[in-house]
Design a protein around this ligand. Structure first.
Ligand code: CTP
Length: 398
C-alpha cells in the first residue's frame, strides 16, 4: 500500500473534463488526498459541486483567492504528484511556454512533483506542428504524456486525440512515482501451482494461489521491465498490461519456459511445480466399482525446470528460484535452502516457509534470500508486492 499522497488534479477546458471526475475518484478511493485545480473554462464543462463532492476538498480556480496563504504557490509546493486531465492544446502550449496566468500554471511552475498530462483534443490539433513541438518540449522536461488514444472524438470525427481512460491515467501517474530501474530488462516469471490430471475430472495439485508470482509481475512491470508471465491455475487476475501464457500441468509449464527462457534476461520460478505426475491419465472418470476400497496411484518424476534452466543459462542471464519448506526452525530452514540451491544451481533462492496457514493464499509473506554460494543476502516481510520489490532490488543492485 502506497503512503497517502497529496495529488493535485488539474482540469482544463475541454469536453473530456467530465471524465476527470473519474480520475479524481480513483485517487480518492486509492486513499489519497486530492486537490482539484480547475481553469475557469474547465468549470463550464463540469460543475464545482461535483468536483468538491468527489474530491472531498474545495476546488481552486481563481489566482486571486487565498492570496494571504500564497495559494498560487502553496498548492504546487505541497503536491506529491500533479495530473492534468484533460490537457487541452491551449493548456499544453501554455505549459510548454511556462505561462503563469492562471492558478494551474502557477501551481505547476511552483512544484517539484512529477507531472503527468492526458491530452485531449481533435486529431488535427494533436497533429498540428505547434502541438507536436510543445509535446516534445514537455517530454524533454520529464513530463509524462498519457495518450491520447485513437477513437471517437466529440463530433462525428474520430482519430488520435481522445483522452486516455481514467484507469490508464491513474496507472501512468503511479508509475511516474516509481523508479524505472528495470527498464530494458526482459523478465520471465512463472506463477501459480501446476495440476496433474488423474482423469477428466480430477487432478493432483497444490495450494499455491499465484499471488507472489503475480505481485512480482506487477512490481517488475511498474519498474519498467518487459514482463512475460507463465501462469498455472491462478486464483488472482494478473495485471492487464502483462503478457500471460496460461498452462495447467508441469509438462506444459516446462515447455512454455523452454520457449520463453532463451530470450529472457531474468527468469523467476515462483510457480509451485508438481514433482510427480500420474503415470497414466484415465480417459474416463475413475469409478469406485472398479477400484474397490484402495486406489493405488503410480506417479513418475517431472523434469526439474529450474535445474535445467540453471544448467543451460546464457551468459549474464539471472535465474531465481523459490524454495517452499515447512521447516519451522530458521537455521534449519536456511540450511535446506543452501542444499537446494547447490542442487539446482540458481543465482538466488527465495526461501519461503509454507504451511497450513503460511505462505499459500495469504496476502503477506516472509522470505529469506540466499545467493548461489548459500550466503543470506536479504530478508523481507510484508505484503507480497513489498516482498516482490525486495527480490527485484537484487536485480537493480547487480
Ligand atoms: N521447480 C521446478 N521444477 C520442478 C520442481 C520445482 O522448476 N519439477 C522449481 C520451483 O519453481 C521452485 C524451485 O524449483 O523455484 C524449488 O521448488 P520446491 O518445490 O521448493 O523444491 P523441489 O525441488 O521440488 O524439492 P522438494 O520438493 O524435494 O523440497
Amino acid at each position: 500500500m502506497r503512503a497517502r499522497l497529496n495529488v493535485v488534479v488539474g482540469i482544463t477546458g475541454g469536453i473530456a473534463a467530465y471524465k476527470a471526475v473519474s480520475v479524481v475518484r480513483a485517487f480518492v478511493l486509492a486513499g489519497h488526498d486530492v486537490h482539484v485545480v480547475a481553469t475557469e473554462n474547465a468549470l463550464r464543462f463540469v460543475g464545482r459541486p461535483t468536483l468538491e463532492a468527489i474530491s472531498r476538498n474545495l476546488v481552486h480556480s481563481d489566482l486571486y483567492d487565498g492570496v494571504s496563504e500564497v495559494r498560487h504557490v502553496a498548492i504546487g509546493q505541497a503536491a506529491d504528484l500533479i495530473v492534468v486531465a484533460p490537457a487541452t492544446a491551449n493548456s499544453i502550449a501554455k505549459l510548454a511556454g511556462g505561462f503563469a496566468d492562471d492558478l494551474l500554471g502557477n501551481t505547476i511552475l511552483a512544484s517539484l512533483a512529477p507531472v503527468v498530462i492526458a491530452p485531449a483534443m481533435h486529431a488535427e490539433m494533436w497533429q498540428n506542428p505547434a502541438t507536436v513541438a510543445n509535446i516534445a518540449t514537455l517530454r524533454g522536461r520529464g513530463i509524462v504524456i498519457v495518450g491520447p488514444s485513437v477513437g471517437q472524438l466529440t463530433g462525428a470525427d474520430s482519430g488520435p486525440g481522445r483522452m486516455s481512460e481514467p484507469e490508464q491515467i491513474v496507472a501512468a501517474a503511479f508509475a511516474s512515482l516509481t523508479p524505472q530501474d528495470l527498464a530494458g530488462l526482459r523478465i520471465l516469471i512463472t506463477a501459480g501451482g501446476t495440476r496433474e490430471p488423474l482423469d477428466p475430472v480430477r487432478f493432483i495439485g497444490n495450494r499455491s494461489s499465484g499471488r507472489q508470482g503475480v505481485a512480482l509481475a506487477q512490481a517488475a512491470g511498474a519498474r519498467g521491465a518487459e514482463v512475460t508471465l507463465i501462469a498455472a491455475n491462478l486464483e488472482v487476475d494478473p495485471p492487464a498490461s502483462i503478457t500471460v501464457t496460461h498452462v495447467r500441468t508441469s509438462l506444459e509449464l516446462a515447455s512454455a519456459v523452454g520457449r520463453e527462457a532463451p530470450s529472457a534476461d531474468v527468469v523467476i520460478m515462483a510457480a509451485a511445480v508438481a514433482d510427480y505426475r500420474p503415470d497414466t491419465v484415465a480417459q474416463s472418470k475413475i469409478k469406485k466399482e472398479t477400484q474397490g476400497d484402495v486406489l493405488d496411484l503410480r506417479l513418475i518424476r517431472n523434469p526439474d525446470i529450474l535445474a535445467e534452466l540453471s544448467k543451460h543459462k546464457s551468459d549474464g542471464q539471472v535465474i531465481i528460484g523459490f524454495a517452499a519448506e515447512t521447516e519451522p526452525d530458521e537455521t534449519k530452514l536456511l540450511e535446506l535452502g543452501r542444499v537446494k540451491i547447490a542442487r539446482k544451481g540458481a543465482d538466488y533462492l527465495v526461501v519461503n516457509r509454507v504451511g497450513w496457514s503460511e505462505g499459500f493464499s495469504t496476502f503477506d509473506n516472509s522470505v529469506s534470500i540466499i545467493n548461489a554460494s548459500g550466503t543470506l543476502v536479504a530478508k523481507a516481510t510484508g505484503t507480497k508486492v513489498s516482498v516482490a520489490n525486495r527480490i527485484l532490488d537484487l536485480l537493480s543492485e547487480r
